[in-house]
Unconditional design. Structure first.
Length: 288
């Protein structure tokens, strides 16, 4: 993949890091989106005028977070085509540590639009990308309206309004902001798991997402109010398989479903750890 050269070069800024002192998923998503769009233009697969269509046509993103991206790490972004059908195509976007060539994250995008003829060879999915612990298809929870999600046991963890500066020139919320809204909302869920420990970054126990799947069912636009609800599908020794639903408050429509596999993290040792018993007891109340 590296032989064709990077289509994106950047680095990790201090202000892009979270309480775990590594690149926040919002900015992983932002750099992935830059790589996706730059790569499609680089290989003459779309025109600049088609980029808003590309953003609106993303039906799913499967995200693997493989290695931490710490402050000042140099980043190279690569794109390869996995498949092309009549009305959709699938691409793999990678972010690598420029110095070590270590893959830090791999995102698979399914985009529902016709692709211009291309001489780019199709490549197989590498072993480090693709699904490990998440369903490879969208879950049916997207059929629940907002009121039904509350009745089903989902907990409200995020609310807000979409700003114009978060949207692209066509008036659609930028794709990376959906995972950003999820990241912003998560402390409201973590706070319920650890009552009395409501400040992010305080203490030695944190969390890190390993894998994420986001399926798009609608679009948020400027001045739309949104609400995010969340529940837990299953608990492992160290892992939590969570499901988040993002809604348009006015319509009650689910616009995004997000599955996430996260681990409890020892912030001192920088490695995963078993879920503490007291936290597990609380988390079991959020199983759906």
């Amino acid at each position: 993949m590296n032989q064709s050269g990077p289509v994106y070069l950047g680095s990790v800024n201090r202000w892009e890091c979270d309480e775990n002192d590594h690149l926040n998923v919002r900015f992983f998503g932002q750099k992935m989106q830059q790589t996706l769009e730059a790569g499609l233009l680089e290989y003459n697969l779309v025109t600049p005028q088609q980029l808003p269509i590309v953003r609106r046509s993303i039906s799913s993103q499967h995200m693997r977070f493989i290695a931490e991206a710490r402050i000042a790490v140099p980043i190279s972004g690569y794109l390869k085509i996995l498949s092309v059908d009549t009305d959709e195509f699938t691409v793999l976007v990678e972010l690598r540590n420029t110095g070590t060539d270590t893959v830090m994250a791999a995102f698979v995008y399914v985009i529902e639009m016709s692709l211009a003829a291309t001489n780019q060879a199709l490549e197989p999915m590498p072993a480090y990308a693709g699904s490990r612990g998440i369903e490879t298809k969208a879950l049916t929870h997207s059929k629940l309206n907002l009121a039904q999600s509350h009745a089903a046991g989902f907990s409200q963890i995020g609310r807000g309004i979409i700003r114009t500066d978060e949207c692209d020139e066509a008036g659609s919320l930028q794709p990376y902001h959906y995972i950003g809204k999820s990241s912003d909302s998560m402390p409201n869920l973590w706070a319920r798991f650890t009552p009395g420990e409501n400040e992010r970054g305080k203490g030695v126990v944190g969390g890190a997402v390993l894998e994420y799947r986001m399926d798009h069912h609608g679009i948020l636009q400027p001045n739309d109010r949104f609400e995010m609800v969340s529940g837990i599908l299953s608990l492992g020794e160290k892992t939590q398989h969570m499901l988040h639903l993002i809604y348009n408050v006015e319509t009650g429509q689910c616009v995004v479903t997000c599955q996430a596999v996260a681990v409890t993290m020892d912030l001192v040792a920088r490695k995963s750890m078993p879920i503490p018993d007291d936290r597990r007891a609380v988390m079991e109340n959020f199983l759906i």
